[in-house]
Design a protein around this ligand. Structure first.
Ligand SMILES: Cc1cc2nc3c(=O)[nH]c(=O)nc-3n(C[C@H](O)[C@H](O)[C@H](O)COP(=O)(O)OP(=O)(O)OC[C@H]3O[C@@H](n4cnc5c(N)ncnc54)[C@H](O)[C@@H]3O)c2cc1C
Length: 382
């Protein structure tokens, strides 16, 4: 009988090999052509990586969160665009369904998601409602045994490539607005009449991931496609984001780790003034600081994951992990470009992509400013 440690080692090794052989060699090309590699995601799905933390009774791998983060780090180090597509699927829609889905919803949506047959995403943001997501305006109106959704969502990962999206819309009425308590979550198959993903955004980084707006035009859903209770959608979204932010932490660590690995190799090879630049103490200190910050970011994320596995409330710790890891990714990739000198600024060298990919980790799933608000609020509550 394999121990939990054996399982962790095997799963992480499988992810590392997959990332090395089937992701990393193609990542630069996918980035250049903005190609979303659905076939590779499907292969990851067949190996169980779309149901990493889904309990085994729902066809998932039932991994602990620490192992999940180790896998995401491996995939992010190879291509964080791909990591975010599967990270969102695993963290947010999956968590929502595991916690709040009915038995029928789990059979119909969660199990195929865990088996890798369906890819999911999550749409909370709107053009006018980003950090202040509770001010979203898309609306669902009850019509007998159905809900009819209208509105527009912005920047949803996987919106144009997923099979289903968890969509947050208002279910309160214009004359009785209830703020965050007026929002509900719907399970929306992307082939529903009235669902239209916009043209994918032309992004600075994560160019192989699909990010798009969604138009909701008289999209009619049976009432049993509402998730959980009416008016609880914002709470479910925030719960999902706690898990999501841990994943962004692992993503930041993966990007930073790859930038360090490439920098170590480059500095050993690149010669100036008759010796390898790695022999200069200023360069050595930079590498030392990069390695130290990465280690700290990984420890913070894994400690938050361990708290989640122990059943603790992780809102504070997920924000700390996401904040620190994303700022580490940005700082480390900036140092990497500096170490590569002029070559670092060229598209031909992979640190340039890592730098572009790192930036968004400070923005999505709550900007760094929003993480600081969450942390300071939690501190002031004691
Ligand atoms: C690549 C990508 C993928 C995404 N994927 C998804 C997805 O899958 N699903 C989804 O729902 N959304 C997604 N988003 C949206 C993302 O979550 C938002 O962009 C993010 O929450 C910030 O919102 P905003 O862009 O409207 O910025 P704004 O909220 O307008 O913020 C602008 C600036 O103001 C600052 N600011 C705002 N409020 C405060 C405050 N109270 N105090 C201090 N500073 C403040 C912010 O920190 C930021 O610096 C994605 C975005 C990107 C770029």
């Amino acid at each position: 009988m394999p121990t939990a440690t054996d399982v962790r080692e095997q799963v992480v090794e499988l992810a590392r090999e997959f990332a090395r052989d089937k992701i990393e060699p193609f990542a630069a090309e996918w980035d250049r052509t903005s190609h979303f590699p659905r076939d590779v995601i499907d292969e990851l799905g067949k190996l169980g990586f779309l149901g990493m933390c889904t309990p085994e009774e729902y066809d998932g791998m039932g991994l602990d969160t620490v192992t999940y983060l180790m896998v995401l780090e491996e995939i992010s180090a190879a291509d964080s665009a791909l990591a975010v597509s599967i990270g969102i699927h695993n963290a947010i829609p999956t968590t929502m369904l595991v916690r709040h889905g009915t038995r029928e919803q789990k059979e119909r949506w969660l199990k195929p998601m865990a088996r890798g047959e369906l890819l999911a995403g999550f749409a909370l943001s709107e053009a006018e409602a980003g950090s202040d997501a509770a001010s979203l305006r898309s609306q669902a109106i009850k019509d007998g045994k159905h809900w009819v959704l209208n509105g527009a969502k912005a920047w949803a990962t996987n919106a144009g490539t997923a099979d289903l999206m968890m969509i947050m819309v208002r279910t309160d009425t214009p004359n009785a607005r209830r703020g965050a308590k007026g929002i509900s979550t719907f399970i929306v198959p992307t082939d529903s009449k009235g669902y239209k993903a916009a043209k994918p955004e032309d992004k600075m980084g994560l160019r192989a991931s699909n990010t798009a707006g969604i138009e909701l035009n008289d999209l009619r859903l049976p009432a049993d496609q509402m998730l959980g209770e009416e008016g609880m959608g914002f709470v479910y979204a925030m719960e999902g984001l706690d898990s999501g932010r841990l994943g962004i932490g692992a993503q930041g660590v993966g990007i930073a780790r790859k930038a360090l690995e490439l920098s170590l190799m480059y500095c050993a090879e690149r010669k100036q003034f008759g010796k390898a630049i790695a022999d200069f103490q200023a360069v050595q200190f930079k590498l030392a600081d990069m390695a130290t910050r990465i280690e700290a970011a990984r420890a913070l994320a894994q400690r938050a994951a361990a708290r989640k596995d122990a059943g603790e409330d992780i809102t504070l710790y997920a924000s700390m992990a996401k904040l620190f890891a994303s700022e580490t990714a940005m700082w480390v990739t900036t140092q990497a470009i500096q170490l590569f000198g002029g070559y670092g600024y060229m598209r031909d060298f992979p640190v340039e992509k890592l730098f572009r990919d790192a930036k968004v980790t400070e923005i999505y799933e709550g900007t760094s400013e929003i993480q600081r608000i969450v942390i300071s609020r939690s501190l002031s509550k004691g």
